[in-house]
Design a protein around this ligand. Structure first.
Ligand code: 3SL
Length: 243
């Protein structure tokens, strides 16, 4: 298995055609997606574009949908939920489809939507994602960070390293690291693995969230390694469910 990491979706050129993509947005989109599906959401439908989201949501039964999204970390006007993994409780999301748009995470999902196997990862579901990859054995895997508006994100690289490290450990020599970005992510994980929350709080987006208000519960949820046994998987373009 060839394993590459792209810091932001735009770094993955059209010539790169992986068999599997692992999209990461640690703070907070892919953590929220994992918890929403764990807590009983029927599906998460991700949109880069807000007009498309509103049109699709309007065609869905009112009592079976929730609009979830943010821009710049703040909840969108007229939406039901912001992008917090601790807000998608069973009482709130059970049986509902979540129509979701975020600043960076849902754009990364959009970029990877034609990859045959598309899953989302965050620190809480890292082990579950690795197990899925080991079962599926794709020839080539692209881990794609969401970044922040086209720039590098420390926390996404941390999680890319976490996924890569476990995959290498469990695959008994079957993984070949295919780019320097992946090597650097592995080094980052080795540096911060004993205190991932400190890394999240050091990251520029972590600092942004702290400026916006108290996000202690989000930080602790997003940093909790291997606590979530779900693998959000694309079943039709933009629609993620549990496999
Ligand atoms: O950029 C994104 O997609 C979001 O996850 C950002 S935030 O953490 O909700 O502000």
């Amino acid at each position: 298995m060839q394993l590459s990491y792209f810091h932001v979706p735009a770094e993955m050129g059209d010539e790169v055609q992986p068999k599997a993509a692992v999209v990461i947005d640690v703070l907070r989109a892919t953590t929220t997606i994992g918890w929403a599906l764990k807590n009983g959401a029927e599906a998460v439908q991700a949109f880069a574009d807000l007009d498309q989201l509103r049109t699709a949501a309007a065609a869905w039964p009112d009592d079976k949908r929730l609009l979830l999204g943010e821009r710049g970390g703040a909840m969108l006007d007229g939406f039901d939920l912001g992008n917090s993994p601790v807000a998608v409780t069973p009482d709130t999301v059970q049986g509902k489809r979540l129509f979701m748009s975020t600043t960076n995470g849902t754009r990364a999902l959009d970029r990877a939507r034609s990859v045959p196997l598309l899953v989302t990862a965050a620190l809480p579901n890292r082990r579950a994602v690795v197990e899925r990859l080991l079962t599926s054995q794709p020839d080539s895997i692209a881990i794609i960070g969401s970044g922040w508006e086209g720039s590098y994100s420390l926390e996404d690289s941390l999680a890319a390293g976490a996924v890569g490290a476990l995959l290498i450990e469990q695959s008994k020599g079957a993984v070949e690291v295919a780019n320097d970005e992946m090597t650097a992510a592995l080094a980052l994980w080795s540096q911060w693995q004993h205190d991932p929350e400190a890394c999240l709080r050091t990251a520029s987006h972590g600092q942004r969230l702290m400026r916006l208000g108290n996000h202690d519960a989000d930080f602790s949820c997003c940093a909790a390694l291997d606590q979530l046994d779900v693998v959000p998987t694309q079943h039709e373009p933009g629609v993620l469910r549990l496999a």
